[in-house]
Design a protein around this ligand. Structure first.
Ligand SMILES: Nc1ncnc2c1ncn2[C@@H]1O[C@H](COP(=O)(O)OP(=O)(O)OP(=O)(O)O)[C@@H](O)[C@H]1O
Length: 313
């Protein structure tokens, strides 16, 4: 099973230009808010029409601007799990599933752990239960591609963890391309084999998840993969070739003066769940440049060294 996407879409000032090919397995679409993740899914699902390009699923053309092909959503066989689940409000959980596939509805209820709530109406369910009903409806439609748009974003932290466990079990059984949209680095890291970064509407080359987090090569990828310090070449206090650098906070440390160290003012310190952090301002940098170092610093001015710097293209 192969999904090929190569599309453009202009929405006011926002320009989308996305290109990727994905096979069975989970592809994470990772981007900041407003980077075009939902628009991309809507174009694939057929809810929105691109201005140009092609979408081909396993040899079947779903969209082709030159050939004037644009299949409606119901002919695309794509399962789309929205941020806000579309359930029929006056039907019980069981009926919401039976309307898609009467024969297999009960098995799906069992699989998703929904037997206890099968006679309830959607408004009587928790967020996690609603999400599972929506997932069940989608899976009963036997989609050829599954699209998840921020599937955990409406749930609180505890519930989100439980639903994520459920989703990852289901995902292992699916034998089709899955696209998981998120702006949460941890979520895509745990669930996606490969990642496509979207930066202001433009897709970057797909990379495998481990590589993206260990060695990001673009500014957007470094920011989205949780590097605390991502500086353009103009901002960087270190010698920088290319677009800029990325340094993890744990790879910065205070040292004695030496030729590789940079002089910084300590701008502040704070605590979060990961412990203490120090905010530093390089003396040679502009006012906008700040660095975040894991741990505390003694004194108002320190020499700072980076044990590992990632150079970005
Ligand atoms: N129907 C529309 N008409 C006009 N502009 C739109 C429409 N839908 C989306 N946009 C614009 O397209 C851009 C991308 O939106 P999109 O919803 O795809 O972002 P996103 O990456 O999914 O963001 P988020 O993570 O916040 O959901 C935004 O600037 C948005 O305002």
């Amino acid at each position: 099973m192969k999904l090929e996407v190569s599309i453009r879409k202009q929405l006011g000032d926002f320009a989308l230009a996305v290109e990727f090919t994905t096979h069975c397995g989970v592809l994470g679409l990772l981007g900041q808010s407003g980077s075009g993740k939902s628009v991309t899914l809507q174009c694939i699902a057929g809810i929105m029409s691109p201005d140009g390009g092609r979408i081909v699923l396993d040899g079947q053309v779903l969209f082709d601007s030159e050939l004037s092909i644009n299949l409606p959503p119901q002919k695309r066989n794509i399962g789309y799990l929205f941020q806000h689940y579309a359930l029929f409000p006056h039907w019980t959980v069981e009926k919401n599933l039976q309307v898609i596939d009467k024969e297999n509805a009960f098995t799906m209820l069992e699989k998703l752990g929904l037997e206890q709530v099968r006679c309830l109406l959607p408004h009587q369910l928790s967020g996690g239960e609603k999400q599972r009903v929506a997932l069940g409806r989608m899976l009963l439609g036997k989609p050829k591609v599954v699209l998840f748009d921020e599937p955990l974003s409406a749930l609180d932290a505890h519930l989100s963890w439980a639903v994520e466990q459920h989703l990852s079990t289901i995902l292992q059984e699916l034998e089709c391309p899955v696209i998981w949209v998120s702006h949460d680095a941890g979520e895509v890291r745990r669930n996606c084999a490969n990642i496509c970064v979207l930066d202001s509407g433009r897709s970057e080359k797909i990379v495998d998840t481990a590589t993206l987090f260990a060695h990001p090569i673009t500014l957007a990828a470094a920011r989205l993969s949780g590097f605390e310090n991502v500086l353009t070449s103009d901002q960087s206090p270190w010698d920088t070739k290319g677009a800029g650098i990325a340094v993890r906070g744990k790879d910065l440390c205070c040292v004695q003066e030496n030729k590789n160290a940079i002089l910084c003012d300590v701008a502040g310190q704070y605590e979060d769940l990961d412990g203490r952090w120090t905010v530093l301002r390089p003396v040679c940098g502009d006012d906008q440049t700040i660095l975040r170092m894991k741990g505390g610093a003694e004194g108002q001015r320190v020499w700072l060294e980076a044990t590992q710097i990632h150079h970005l293209q």
